[in-house]
Design a binder for this molecule. Structure first.
Ligand code: GAR
Length: 224
């Protein structure tokens, strides 16, 4: 990027460990992600993600949801902080709060989320556990724009992982998380490059290669 070009300002919302935040920071620091991480906001004062932002000297703000009368009030405060930091894209990164219409209106098609399942399968909480219990042979993760539903917005990128017979919620979650760390920075960079077009539910990434057309099987067909 030319030094005169303006970098996209992002704000990252977290509630917990923040391993996706760490991946975004690492991609930023290795030059693969052309964004300014302007602020990290947590609704949980004990989130480990706050340690990560401190270590990398990224401003962080704790907004405890218990300090607010209702979701609207809480979201108003979050919007205010995001605007103060001139955030252009909001990145939900393990942020465990449902957001209100006022938030969506303040950042229309400018809020991304990552979900640990192949949406529209297993939206909501405990996605990895439900995938194991259901007996699916593949699961994965999805980056999508946020709309008024729970994990229902237009899909930007997905990654598929196998689910094995002896998987537990934990082993599957770990396999999926590795992929989350790859696709979230990629989706943000697509946005930063202005390559994302949205028509209705469909997201098109301009100038991206076509995924090779080979099917995956689990268990494998083994010469069949
Ligand atoms: C990730 O697996 C993310 O997909 C999930 O929470 C975890 C946060 O991990 N998000 C959701 O389930 C949202 N519905 P992290 O704090 O280590 O990035």
């Amino acid at each position: 990027m030319n030094s005169m070009e303006k970098r996209l300002n992002i704000g990252v919302l977290v509630s917990g460990s923040g391993s996706n935040l760490q991946s975004i920071i690492d991609h930023r620091e290795s030059g693969l992600l052309d964004v300014n991480i302007r602020v990290v906001i947590s609704n949980n004062p004990d989130a480990y993600a706050l340690e990560r932002s401190k270590k990398h000297e990224i401003p962080s703000v704790v907004i405890r949801h218990s300090d607010f009368r209702d979701r609207e009030d809480f979201d108003r405060k979050v919007i205010e902080v995001l605007k103060d930091y001139a955030v252009e894209l909001v990145v939900l990164s393990g942020f465990m709060r449902v957001i209100t219409p006022a938030f969506l209106h303040a950042f229309p098609m400018k809020i991304m989320n990552i979900h640990p399942a192949l949406l529209p399968a297993f939206p909501g909480v405990h996605a990895q556990q439900r995938a194991v219990e259901y007996g699916v042979k593949f699961s994965g993760c999805t980056v999508h724009f946020v709309d008024e539903g729970v994990d229902t917005g237009p899909i930007i990128i997905q990654s598929v992982v196998p689910v094995y017979d002896d998987d537990t919620e934990e082993s599957l979650a770990a396999r999926i998380l590795k992929e989350e760390h790859r696709i979230y920075p990629r989706a943000i960079q697509f946005y930063a490059e202005g390559r994302i077009g949205v028509t209705g539910r469909k997201v098109r990434i301009r100038d991206s290669d076509r995924t090779c057309e080979s099917a995956l099987h689990n268990p494998p067909l083994a010469g069949f």
